[in-house]
Design a protein around this ligand. Structure first.
Ligand SMILES: *Cc1c(COP(=O)(O)O)cnc(C)c1O
Length: 387
C-alpha cells in the first residue's frame, strides 16, 4: 500500500542533494569518471587524536547510556572556553549552550521552539535549505531575503516589506556564507542587532565556516557585537572545521531563552549526542591552532589553483575569503539546472544548481573545493574543453 505524504512534506522543494546524487549515481553506472564538486563535505579524514578520544571514551561503560540534557558539562565548558579564546565572547556553559546532533539538527528544530503557525521567518536566498524546511515544518511562513551581488551577497534589511516585518519573529543570517562564500563584517552584525531590537526579532546566525578562512583573515562571530546575546544565538559545527561531518556534533550558544526553547524541543524528540562523541568534540575544541592551520593551508592551495583556472575561462565569481564554495554565474544564459546537467553529461563534473538554494539562486551554480589538487586540475582541463 502506498500512503500519502503529509502536506508539510509536499510544501518542500525536492531536497537538492538527493536529486543530484541520483543523477550522479546514474552517470557512475554508465562508467563515467565523475569529479564531485557538489556536496559541501570535506574529503580529508578526521584527525587521529579526535578518533583516539572517541575510542578512549567509548571504552568507558559510563558513556554507554543515554546522554540526556543539553550536553555533558565538560563539553559545554569546552565550548564556552573556545568562544572566549577564539572570539573573546563570554558564554555561560550552564545556561547559554546546547549540544546538537550536528548543527543541521538544531537549525531545523529551532523554529519548533520559537515559531507559531503563521509567523514569518526571514530566510536568506540563496541559503542553506534547512532554514526554509525548518520554518515550514513549524507552520511558519518563510520570507526570502535576496542575497544579491550588488549588495556583496548580504541581505538588504531595509528592503524587507513592512507587512512581513510586522509578522516576523526570527531572522537567519549565515557568514561565512553557503553558497556564496560572502563574509559579514562587524558593521553588518551591528545593523542586524539594532534591527532585531527595533522589530522584536530573534537573530539566528549560522557560523559553520568561521574556521575555514584564507589569507589569515579570521571571520568574526555575531556574538562579538555588544548586545548580540540579548537578541540572538549562533550555531556552530565541528563538521567542516575538523572534517567530522559523519560524526554529527555541533552546538548553539547565546540567548538563554532561545537556547532553553531549543533544548526543550530536543528533550522531547531526541536524547542528545553520544557521550564519546562529545569527548571527541572536547579534544577537537581544545586542539592547538596548528591543527586547523594545516587544513586551511590545504584549502587555500586548492582555492588558489582552482580560481586561477576558472578566471582563465572568463567565468564570473568572487574569489572566496572563507568557506570552500565558489558561487559562479552560469556563463551562457542557460538555466542553473540545465547548465549543471551539461557539466555532468559533457565533463563528468557534479556541480550544484543555484536554484536549489532558493529563488534568488537561479542563474548561478556552486562548486566546492572538496577534491585534491590533481582532481581540480583535471576538472579545469575538462571545463576548458566544454563547448
Ligand atoms: C554544513 C552546514 C551546516 C551543517 O553542519 P552539520 O554537519 O549539521 O553540523 C550548517 N550550516 C551550513 C551553512 C552548512 O553548510
Amino acid at each position: 500500500m502506498e500512503f500519502n505524504q503529509a502536506d508539510r512534506l509536499k510544501k518542500l522543494p525536492p531536497y537538492l542533494f538527493i536529486e543530484i546524487d541520483k543523477k550522479k549515481k546514474a552517470a557512475i553506472e554508465k562508467g563515467v569518471d565523475i569529479i564531485s564538486l557538489g556536496i559541501g563535505d570535506p574529503d580529508l579524514p578526521t584527525p587521529d587524536f579526535i578518533i583516539e578520544a572517541l575510542y578512549k571514551a567509548a571504552k568507558d561503560k559510563a558513556n554507554h547510556q543515554y546522554p540526556l540534557g543539553s550536553g555533558l558539562p565538560q563539553f559545554r565548558k569546552a565550548i564556552a572556553d573556545w568562544y572566549k579564546r577564539r572570539f573573546n565572547v563570554d558564554i555561560d556553559p550552564a545556561t547559554e549552550v546546547v549540544a546538537l546532533i550536528g548543527s543541521k539538527e538544531g537549525i531545523g528544530h529551532l523554529p519548533l521552539g520559537v515559531i507559531n503557525p503563521g509567523d514569518v521567518v526571514l530566510v536568506p536566498s540563496p541559503g542553506y535549505p534547512v532554514y526554509n524546511a525548518g520554518t515550514l515544518f513549524a507552520g511558519g511562513e518563510p520570507y526570502f531575503m535576496p542575497l544579491l551581488e550588488k549588495n556583496k551577497f548580504l541581505p538588504d534589511l531595509d528592503a524587507i516589506p513592512a507587512d512581513m516585518l510586522k509578522r516576523a519573529k526570527l531572522i537567519w543570517t549565515n557568514s561565512p556564507n553557503n553558497p556564496t562564500s560572502a563574509l559579514a563584517g562587524k558593521d553588518f552584525y551591528v545593523k542586524v542587532v539594532e534591527f532585531a531590537k527595533k522589530h522584536n526579532l530573534i537573530v539566528a546566525n549560522d557560523a559553520a565556516y568561521t574556521e575555514m578562512y584564507y589569507d589569515g583573515k579570521k571571520p568574526v562571530s555575531y556574538l562579538e557585537i555588544p548586545g548580540a546575546k540579548e537578541v540572538g544565538v549562533e550555531f556552530h559545527s565541528l563538521s567542516k572545521t575538523f572534517n567530522m561531518t559523519g560524526w554529527r556534533v555541533g552546538f548553539a550558544v547565546g540567548n538563554k531563552s532561545v537556547i532553553k526553547a531549543l533544548a526543550e524541543v530536543k528533550g522531547n524528540l531526541d536524547s542528545g549526542v553520544f557521550n564519546p562523541i562529545q569527548y571527541a568534540g572536547i579534544a577537537a575544541l581544545e586542539a592547538p591552532d596548528s591543527v586547523t592551520d594545516t587544513l586551511r593551508k590545504i584549502y587555500q592551495e586548492r582555492r588558489d589553483i582552482f580560481t586561477a583556472g576558472l578566471k582563465k575561462l572568463g567565468w564570473h565569481f568572487q574569489v572566496p575569503e572563507a568557506a570552500f564554495y565558489l558561487w559562479i554565474k552560469v556563463p551562457n544564459g542557460m538555466s542553473s539546472a540545465d547548465w549543471c546537467g551539461k557539466l555532468l553529461e559533457e565533463a563528468g563534473i557534479v556541480a550544484t544548481p543555484g536554484n536549489g538554494f532558493g529563488p534568488d539562486g537561479e542563474g548561478y551554480f556552486r562548486m566546492t573545493l572538496t577534491v585534491d589538487k590533481a582532481r581540480l586540475e583535471e576538472a579545469l582541463q575538462r571545463l576548458g574543453k566544454l563547448k
